[in-house]
Design a protein around this ligand. Structure first.
Ligand SMILES: Cc1ncc(COP(=O)(O)O)c(C=O)c1O
Length: 428
């Protein structure tokens, strides 16, 4: 597969040689690197990416799962073009940020108030700070395999083994108040939190970077009850699941309410964004008219609520609001999970297809995948081979993450995924 990929990507290889000298790993984010080198994109439209060598890829990565309406959706391009004429960045208040917060509230009833940020990382950082401010408690909890961005206090226990620091430069001081919890295991959660005062428990309802593992509904319900009992704020990190699993995100999909919900990705319609939202009584901690130091929780940023992201996001959410597009995507997602499993099982390959809604991924293991320890035990080499085989044949998503669907994926795109998967399964 290396040979096939290399033979098709000479220009990407040359760019990689150049990139390595100025960008660590030759990329702007290490997860975008894969062996032998990444392809370099020149254009994207609908469900397709095109690289410098003229190769076309069916894109199930969708810019880190952002582009639920596909690349360069005409309605978003139109809205952004109009906004470009009126200014790219105001640094003052404007109506679009109000309209987007109203739209979020309409779709996510618990999101009574919103504050915008520029990324999921930032939004999770401010959400955590808000939870600490509101409860007056320092300790926080997150789940094994949960990825909430690079904020120090949440950059803990993402990869197995969980006791190894995720990065150099994380001080003990920054991470010592973070308690790591077992995913999909309520008893384990209660055990680890016994006699501890916790400000918040943050959870990805579907572990995205953890491989696409869905939380069980009963587990989320149990977590909700536990948080109620202990006065802990439950934070849903819906940076991936928000406006994807349902118009109201994972809260609607699983019928479980969060105290604070964090959004990103889809909310920006293809432009940088993050947001954290919740009921007014919690969010009011950010109100400088109501609270003074040391009781108010700071949040801000130069580009927060920038009109380009706001108009792109608003256009996107309006198209998703009635749930019709999302329902269709969820059906296709279900079909993909079933079909990929069938294709591998027909060839006697141990496989689990996981995910929820329009998110899907594959793990080569016999064991049911309920948490990231099962992903750790799965056959990683086969996973890398499978994905390189897909990429070399024009189907792109990353082995370490989840695949995602957009409204621009055609029947042929999905058939291509099945056909290339079948070819790979046969080759084993
Ligand atoms: C669930 C989740 N939370 C937070 C983040 C961080 O978001 P960002 O990359 O925009 O900082 C991500 C990014 O992939 C994510 O998947």
């Amino acid at each position: 597969m290396f040979e096939k990929y290399i033979s098709k990507t000479a220009k990407s290889r040359a760019l990689y040689e150049r990139a390595k000298k100025v960008l660590p790993t030759g990329v702007s984010y290490s997860i975008r690197y894969f062996e032998p080198y990444p392809f370099y994109t020149v254009k994207a439209k609908g469900s397709k990416l095109y690289d410098v060598d003229g190769n076309e890829y069916v894109d199930f990565w969708l810019g880190h799962t952002v582009l639920i309406l596909g690349h360069s959706h005409p309605a978003i391009i139109k809205a952004v073009k109009e906004q470009l004429e009126n200014g790219t960045h105001y640094g003052t208040s404007h109506e679009l940020e109000i309209a987007l917060a109203e739209q979020v509230r309409k779709m996510v009833p618990t999101a009574e108030m919103t504050r915008f940020a520029n990324s999921g990382t930032e939004a999770n950082m401010y959400a955590t700070r808000l939870a600490r401010a509101y409860t007056g408690r320092s300790k926080i909890a997150k789940f094994e395999g949960g990825w909430h961005g690079g904020y120090d206090a949440l950059h803990v226990g993402v990869k197995h083994p969980f006791d190894l620091p995720e990065s150099a430069g994380l001080t003990a001081g920054a991470t010592q108040d973070t308690i790591l919890l077992p995913f999909n295991d309520l008893e384990g959660v209660q055990k680890r939190l016994k006699n501890k005062e916790i400000a918040s428990i943050i959870i990805e309802p579907v572990l995205g970077a953890g491989g696409g593992i869905s939380a069980e509904k009963e587990f989320l319900n149990g977590l909700r009850e536990y948080c109620n009992k202990k006065g802990i704020l439950l934070i849903f990190d819906e940076v991936i699941t928000g406006f994807r699993l349902a118009p109201g995100g994972a809260e609607q999909y699983f019928s479980v309410k969060a105290d604070i919900t964090v959004f990103g990705k889809i909310l920006g319609g293809g432009f940088p964004v993050g947001a954290f939202c919740g009921r007014a009584e919690v969010m009011e901690r950010l109100d400088t008219r109501m609270y003074e130091r040391p009781h108010y929780a700071f949040h801000g940023g130069t580009f927060t609520g920038n009109p380009i992201s706001m108009t792109a996001g608003l256009t996107t959410l309006k198209l998703l609001e009635d749930g019709n597009l999302i329902n269709e995507l969820n059906k296709i997602g279900q079909k993909i999970r079933e079909q990929l499993r069938k294709v591998f099982e027909a060839k006697g390959v141990d496989v689990q297809t996981i995910g929820a809604g329009s998110l899907f991924s594959v793990q080569f293991t016999k064991e049911e995948v309920k948490d990231v320890t099962a992903v750790f035990r799965a056959d990683k080499k086969k996973l890398l081979d499978y994905h390189l085989a897909l990429i070399a044949n024009g189907v792109f998503f990353l082995p370490t993450h989840t695949g995602a669907l957009s409204t621009t994926h055609t029947k042929e795109d999905v058939e291509k995924l099945f056909a290339e998967t079948e070819k790979y399964a046969k080759s084993l």
